[in-house]
Each structure stands twice: as C-alpha cells, then as structure tokens.
Design a protein around this ligand. Structure first.
Ligand SMILES: N[C@@H](CCC(=O)N[C@@H](CS)C(=O)NCC(=O)O)C(=O)O
Length: 208
C-alpha cells in the first residue's frame, strides 16, 4: 500500500482540506498534492472534476493508487488509519469531545470563508451569527491549556488551529479580539518541529 502514490487534491489554501495535509506531514507520509488556484479554477471544474474518475467529484479528494475518495472527514479517517495516528482521536469519552471540536471547527472554517466573500451588512451578520459566538466558546473551552486536551496534541488542535488561522487571515478585524487568547495556543502548535518545518516549506499553501 505504502509504495503507491498518494495524491491529495484541494484548493491552494489552508482551509477545509488543510487538516489532511497536517496529518500527512505529522506522519512524514510521502504525498503529492494538486493544489488548484481560484484563478485557475477551470483546471478543477472543467477538467479534473470530470476526468479523474471520482465517484463523487469534490475538493478535497484523495487518490491512492487506484483508490479514490472524497469528503474531507472521510479522507481524514482514511489518513489516520493509513498513518496509524489513531492516538490523535483520543479514547473513551474524550474521543467524542475531540470530535466535537473537530466537527465544529470544520463547519466554522467554511463559515469564515463564506463571510470573507461577503460585504457590508451581510458580512457583519454572517460574522455575528455564525463566526464570533463559536470562537468565544472555543476560547472558553481552551482556557489556559497548552492544547485543547491538556498537553497532548489531538485532532481537535489540528482543526482549531486551521480555523483560527483562517480567521486571522480572512477576517483579521474579527481575529484581533481573540489574538491574545489564542496566541499561545497558535504558537504551541507552530512550534511542533514537524509543523515548523512544514510551514516554512514550499509544500505549505499559505494564505497569500
Ligand atoms: N462535504 C464536503 C464539502 C466539500 C466542499 O464544499 N468543497 C469545496 C471547498 S471546501 C469545493 O470548492 N468543492 C469543489 C466543488 O464543488 O466542485 C467535504 O467535507 O469534503
């Protein structure tokens, strides 16, 4: 299985597909990526979406040899299995609390992106209704801990980091009120050696 090429297709931004990239990086699992740009979106919509042979064409997608799947959470589960990183899911009842943060942040990431595409009153309403209240809860749950579940990195941190990073880059005015509270957490994540190396590599599709 491991000798097959693994290709991850997604937009060239650290949004919904980004946790999958972190999982591959943390496992040092060799992968290729097809990162579509918004300017070159036709490469996806007019070509690969029709030609890759995906049962349910969408982004992100994962192609591992002849095996092809979509749905970001499904891909996360596949990569966790493939790379044997089940510890990131936690155990016992904590597993469900970790997934609580995971699924909340997954939704939040797309809400942030949606709000960033709006203007004026519409944007304000999206932010006030769908974004800010969720970050207030995340702030309360994180408290002063190193990571969401104490000192051990879990999938919750990978999703929360992705969501907070998206807020910082796409809705920076909103981020400011959370900068102090989330700053240490962001730094803790960024200082994980494999993450640090990844963030400074060309593999990381950072916000421009
Ligand atoms: N439920 C899907 C949603 C996927 C989705 O909405 N993908 C967006 C980007 S986050 C997209 O641009 N898809 C490309 C398309 O609709 O063709 C998942 O979790 O993967």
């Amino acid at each position: 299985m491991s000798s097959l090429t693994l290709n991850l297709g997604y937009w060239a931004y650290p949004l919904r597909g980004q946790p999958i990239r972190y999982l591959l990086e943390l496992a040092q699992y060799p992968y290729q990526q097809t990162n579509y740009t918004f300017e070159g979106a036709n490469d996806w919509f007019e070509k690969d979406k029709k030609e890759l042979g995906l049962d349910f064409p969408n982004l992100p997608y994962l192609i591992h040899g002849d095996f092809k799947i979509t749905e970001s959470q499904n891909i996360v589960d596949y990569v966790l299995d493939l790379t044997k990183q089940h510890h990131l899911l936690g155990s016992g009842l904590t597993k469900f609390q970790i997934d609580n943060v995971r699924f909340l942040c997954n939704e939040l990431i797309s809400k942030i992106f949606l709000a960033s595409t709006k203007t004026g009153e519409e944007k304000k309403a999206e932010i006030n209704n769908s974004v800010t209240p969720k970050f207030k809860r995340l702030q309360a749950v994180l408290g002063n801990k190193k990571f969401f579940f104490e000192d051990k990195l879990t999938l919750a941190d990978i999703y929360a980091y992705t969501a907070i990073n998206a807020l910082q880059h796409l809705l920076n005015d909103e981020y400011k009120q959370f900068a102090q509270a989330f700053g240490p957490f962001m730094k803790n994540f960024e200082e994980i050696p494999l993450i640090k190396a990844y963030h400074s590599s060309t593999r990381y599709p950072r916000f421009k």
